[in-house]
Design a protein around this ligand. Structure first.
Ligand SMILES: [Zn+2]
Length: 228
């Protein structure tokens, strides 16, 4: 293992990243922090959301408190050993649902898990682009990437008018998560009935199986606090 430069040397491990105890080499805290930082940069979190945290979510006191409690409970209970459910976060445009989903994702990554964020219309566009001859990334690669990560955030589900192709891709993707027994956080501005119309029964049934409902987010709370 290459030793890092002495200027950034960690006093606990002298820059090796590991601490020897008895017969075991345990990763040092500095190495853990490095891995978390690395995971956070690889999670595809959009720049404008990079600083969003559960603390920075604003709203009327009652809503903020409820959101905070629900999010904290989810983060605290997160593991991949049991059948971990994902979340369905419903709220109209401007309610702060992306903010909450990303803040939870960041907390899960800080716990040492892998995580990925995707805006659904952008993900579909990315898959479409793999069909062009200029793309060097295959559809299978993208599907593997989203199905292998520990926690996946699918932001803005149902925003696209769902053609047969869109429904098939989304089902494939969501079903891969389901079969891998991996949790997914979905945000949407459509209720279940509307989602059924947009995406079809098959996808919505799967989602209901995979996700528990997060608190509904009213728009006026989030917006009002930003206007102040
Ligand atoms: Zn160290």
């Amino acid at each position: 293992m290459a030793k890092k430069s002495s200027t950034s040397e960690c006093p606990k491990c002298q820059g090796y990243g590991f601490i020897l105890s008895d017969l075991e080499a345990k990763p040092c805290d500095c190495r853990k922090h490095q891995l978390v930082a690395q995971q956070l940069t690889q999670a595809r979190i959009p720049r404008k959301f990079l600083n969003k945290t559960l603390d920075s979510f604003r709203g009327r006191d009652k809503i903020r408190k409820e959101v905070r409690e629900a999010a904290d409970a989810y983060v605290k209970g997160f593991n991949l050993r049991e059948e971990m459910k994902g979340l369905r976060i419903f709220g109209v445009v401007g309610s702060g649902k992306s903010h909450i989903a990303i803040a939870i994702l960041k907390e899960i990554i800080k716990k040492g898990y892998m995580g990925l964020y995707f805006n659904v219309p952008e993900l579909l566009q990315k898959i479409r682009e793999t069909y062009s001859s200029e793309s060097d990334e295959g559809e299978a690669g993208i599907l593997d990437m989203v199905s292998e990560t520990d926690l996946l955030v699918l932001d803005d589900l149902g925003a696209d008018a769902a053609s047969g192709w869109v429904r098939d891709r989304l089902y494939l993707l969501i079903n891969r998560r389901y079969e891998a027994n991996k949790p997914t956080i979905v945000t949407t501005s459509f209720d279940l009935e509307e989602l059924k119309t947009q995406l079809g029964q098959r996808i919505v049934s799967r989602l209901c199986e995979m996700c528990i409902e997060f608190k509904d987010l009213p728009r006026e709370d989030y917006r009002r606090s930003h206007v102040k």
